[in-house]
Design a protein around this ligand. Structure first.
Ligand code: NAD
Length: 260
């Protein structure tokens, strides 16, 4: 099946975890994909895997917090593939340790929010601009929030705030596009705990790695962690025309975590 055939996509944070899985699946389903990340070696590796399977992809070094670089990447994708239809904004970071609110430093607060929230704002702003200039205008922006953008967790206030911000920012942009009759849909995905290098760090910080794995598996009512591909399947749906009536929505993919 080629559910996004003929479309052009950008995926940030595409060198690893959820972003890499989204880039692979979009390419497999017919999109031309620009992967951007800070980790050049891993990004080039994902592109090589996509190309080996007959997909079309390219990689560029890009920091999502740098507005000038967003402008460059939009020019880059326009020159390479002619426009933009799909964006999966996946680049993100998490806290390095649990912090009680009165111990939270402004520096760490800014570090998390700069990447997760400012990065999503800059992405959405410049992607929307290029989608509007693409003929015909058929766009889907997918911002990766988290279940922790819906429910709180002690000790990670900066992450909670950044992901909650991504959730409501995306709804506002969706409504602006709808109001102006711009054919760009904007939605969020809220992954639960997904087995990626980002989560592996939390497992290692737990102390005993085996115990850490069990702890994270047991957080889900279905008794196991999610895989990056579980999130990529949701991104593919939102990216495709099958979701043409879906905008301003939040797709929770979490093994039941927030159903409790
Ligand atoms: P990951 O660490 O495997 O991948 C994140 C990627 O983002 C890395 O390749 C990293 O180099 C890149 N990145 C970080 N800062 C960047 C920047 N400034 N500019 C460009 N690229 C940058 O993590 P993941 O688990 O795949 O997470 C992807 C997204 O999903 C994040 O936004 C994360 O918050 C979110 N998420 C993850 C989980 C989970 O359990 N893994 C759960 C909910 C939400």
């Amino acid at each position: 099946m080629e559910r996004v055939a003929g479309k052009v996509a950008i995926v940030s944070g595409a060198a690893s975890g959820i972003g890499a899985a989204c880039a692979r699946l979009l390419a497999e389903e017919g999109a031309k994909v620009l992967l951007v990340d800070l980790n050049d070696a891993a990004g080039a590796q994902v592109v090589a895997e996509i190309e080996a399977k007959g997909g079309v992809a390219a990689y560029a070094h890009h920091d999502v917090t740098d507005e000038a670089s967003w402008i460059d990447q939009m020019a880059n994708i326009k020159a390479m593939f002619g426009g933009l239809n799909i964006a999966v904004n996946c680049a993100g970071t998490s806290v390095t340790k649990l912090t009680y609110p009165t111990d939270q430093t402004l520096e760490e607060w800014h570090r998390i929010n700069r990447i997760n929230l400012d990065g999503t704002f800059l992405a959405t702003k410049h992607e929307l601009k290029l989608m509007q200039e693409t003929t015909p205008v058929v766009g889907s922006i997918i911002n990766i929030s988290s279940v922790l953008g819906i429910v709180g967790q002690p000790g990670i206030a900066a992450y909670n705030a950044s992901k909650g911000g991504v959730r409501l920012y995306s709804k506002s942009v969706a409504l602006s596009c709808a109001k102006e009759r711009v054919n760009v849909r904007v939605n969020t995905i809220h992954p639960g705990f997904i087995h990626t290098p980002l989560l592996e760090q939390s497992i290692i910080r737990y102390g005993d790695v085996e115990e850490g794995r069990k702890f994270y598996d047991n957080l889900q009512p279905i008794g196991r962690l999610g895989q990056p591909e579980d999130i990529a399947m949701g991104a593919l749906y939102l990216a495709s025309d099958e979701a043409k009536f879906v905008t301003g929505a939040e797709l929770v993919i979490d093994g039941g975590y927030t159903a409790q």
